[in-house]
Every structure is written in C-alpha cells, then in structure tokens.
Design a protein around this ligand. Structure first.
Ligand code: G3H
Ligand code: ZN
Length: 285
C-alpha cells in the first residue's frame, strides 16, 4: 500500500484528490497543502491530462514537491482504457484509476486484472477501480434521483476486489459527480459504507468520488468509517471560474495574466484549505 494511504488509514483521515488541468490550479493546491501541512493527491481525468500533458504534469508536480516538501502523489482519474492507464504509468504516475463502470461486471474484472498486472510490473502501488457507475458530471447539474439498487453491494465489492487484486475501490453510497443547482446534494448511506468496509477488509482503500456538494457531517462520518481518499473537482472549478469572471468584470481594462490570476489562485486555495481541514489531513506532514 502507498504510504500516503497507510498513514491515512492508521490515523483516520482522508487525503483529498484534487483535479487539475493547469498551472494555476496546481499552484493553489500546493499553497494550501504547504500552509496546512497536508499530504495531497493531484488528479487529472483523461480530458484534463490531455490539456496539460502527462509528462508536463509529472515535471511540474516534481518541481513543486521539491520546493515545498509536500507529500504528493500524481493520480490518473477515471481512466477508461488500458491504453490510457498504460500511458499514464509510462509517464511516471504514482497511482491510477481504471473506470470500467460502464462495462459488464465480468468484463470490468477482466480489464481491471490486466491493468493491475501491468501496474504491478511497473512498480505502481495503487490501482483504484470502480464497478458501480457514479452518476453526474463535474459541473452544476440538474437534480437526479439516485436509486439504492445502484449503490455498491458489499458482497459484490468483496468478490470484485478479491478477483482483481485492486488496492482501492470507488464506492457508490449516495454520492454523485457534480453539485445540484440548488446545492442540496443527497445524503450518504453510512451504514452501507460500514458494510462495504467490513466485506472488503483493511487492505483495500475505500474512495469517495463526487466530494463536492456533500454535507460536512456526511463527509466526517464517511472518513470515520473508512474512506481514505476523497475526490474533489466541481467546487474547485466553480471557485476558479467564478473568481475569474468577477476579476475580469471588476477590471475590464486589465490584460496582464499575472495580475489577473492571483485572485483566482486565492479562490481555489481557499476551497482546498476548507477541504483539507474537513478531511482531517492537516498537520500530517
Ligand atoms: O473523479 C473526480 C471526482 O469524483 C470529482 O467529483 O466534481 O463532484 O467533486 P466532484
Ligand atoms: Zn470521480
């Protein structure tokens, strides 16, 4: 198991996995982590990684890591194919997620197993998988009704992790991608989480996707009951875009990027700091 998760498990906190696609977001996350002495996971989806470039991402993160001393891992978020995952591993990522949630259970197991084998052969110690599809997208979304029958089933989770050998599992327990336009995201099913934790055992890390828009008490309960990684994207995108819009509106004649972007960085940093404190990963470096 990666050290970052071992420590989180032992000390009952979760590490935030923050999505990025540009330098300002990376800078904001590192400033927050450095300020609060927190480990972090920098995550990029297929689209985000394509924009910034996987090798550039690796190099920028290494540079910040060296300068700040922050414990960080670079993670492939929602990789949808073997090729994507291989590409990320070859670019030097520390951790990968294969998202086969749109495949049949058996096909997902086959593909996940192949990825686990490749990752292990390259010394990558964290493969995360997902077999229940998580609804929504990282944006402000219309309300959707989540059905309990689509939540992660504990015995299926046990079967999946045993047959694939994955290190981490993304669970569906009432979470979703994005934030409802009225900001009232559904509640998490903590009892279901406890049952999953019990079924898969301590060697598998449980991951909560859709970390935006979830009530603080739910997050705290989820962390208490075994979640060690929480993915956050939408709230960071909102902070970035809202702050950029406001800065441009307030300063219509300003055209200098390095004078426009500090407020954007500050807005993203503020959200990351709130999440770090909520997840309990502050003062853990
Ligand atoms: O994989 C990324 C996350 O699950 C982000 O979810 O956009 O709801 O914060 P979110
Ligand atoms: Zn996700």
């Amino acid at each position: 198991m990666l050290d970052i998760f071992k420590k989180a498990q032992e000390n009952k906190y979760a590490v935030g996995a923050f999505n990025v696609s540009n330098l300002e977001q990376i800078k904001a996350i590192f400033l927050a982590a450095q300020n609060l002495k927190s480990p972090i996971i920098i995550s990029a989806s297929e689209g985000e990684a394509e924009f910034i470039g996987k090798k550039h991402l690796r190099a920028i993160i290494d540079s910040y890591k060296k300068e700040t001393g922050v414990e960080v891992i670079l993670h492939q978020d929602h990789g949808k194919s073997f090729e994507t995952i291989k590409d990320s591993i070859d670019a030097g990522y520390d951790s990968v997620q294969f998202d086969g949630s749109k495949l049949s259970f058996e096909e997902n197991i086959e593909k996940t197993k192949r990825i686990v084998e490749y990752a292990q052969s390259k010394g990558v110690k964290n493969v995360e998988a997902e077999f229940n599809h998580l609804e929504g997208q990282s944006a402000l979304i219309e309300k959707i009704e989540l059905k309990k029958e689509n939540f992660t089933d504990p015995s299926q989770a046990k079967d999946f992790v045993e047959r694939t050998g994955v290190d981490a599992l993304a669970v569906v327990i009432g979470n979703l991608h994005g934030v409802f336009k009225d900001c009232q995201n559904p509640k998490l099913d903590i009892d279901r989480l406890k049952e999953i934790r019990e079924a898969v055992g301590q060697d598998v890390n449980l991951v909560l996707h859709g970390g935006s828009g979830i009530a603080e008490d739910d997050i705290k309960e989820a962390v208490k009951n075994g979640i060690v990684k929480i993915n956050v994207n939408t709230e960071l995108r909102m902070a970035y875009t809202n702050s950029l819009k406001k800065t441009l509106e307030d300063n219509p004649d300003q055209i200098t990027p390095y004078k426009i972007m500090p407020l954007v960085v500050e807005a993203v940093q503020k959200v990351v700091e709130e999440k770090i404190k909520l997840f309990g990963s502050d003062n853990k470096l």
